[in-house]
Design a protein around this ligand. Sequence first.
Ligand SMILES: [Mg+2]
Ligand SMILES: [Zn+2]
Length: 181
Amino acid sequence: MRLIILDRDGVINVDSDDYIKSPDEFVPIPGSLEAIAKLTQAGWRVVVATNQSGIARGYYDLAMLQRIHDKLHRLLGAYGGEIEAIFFCPHGPDDGCDCRKPKPGLFHEIEARLQMSLQGVPAVGDSLRDLQAARAVGAKPLLVRTGKGESTLAKGEGLEGIPVFADLQAAVEELLGGALC
Ligand SMILES: [Mg+2]
Ligand SMILES: [Zn+2]
């Protein structure tokens, strides 16, 4: 069984500089839920690794984050898709934690929980920090242009050898076509 790791904001749902603070603010990027459902139906395990510093900043609490994720699971379920687990960092940039990407802590948690190495596992993100965290554990970073993707590309830093896709749907089509990994 193949595994894929997805960032959340800017990959699955529309990102916002004001943070995603409620289920109403969680709006899927067109095609992203269908893409995850395709992965599920092709037998892939899908997990999410997401920085949620809005918790440390006091913009929402864990119960609200759960409600937001309940919405994600519910919307995705309607397409027949499944996200097995959502790993999140609730800390702020100054908390010195090991899990806020670009630190690889969330990826280590995934390895521990799933009892497997992430070597070569595709990890889709829209920010440089997603790609750096993936690379730190030997996963295969993929960049999408949605969310902060265009500005990540424009900065051009740390992107050597990283495939770029219009969006999650395009990345998944490539993965399921077997052209990558
Ligand atoms: Mg993101
Ligand atoms: Zn953290």
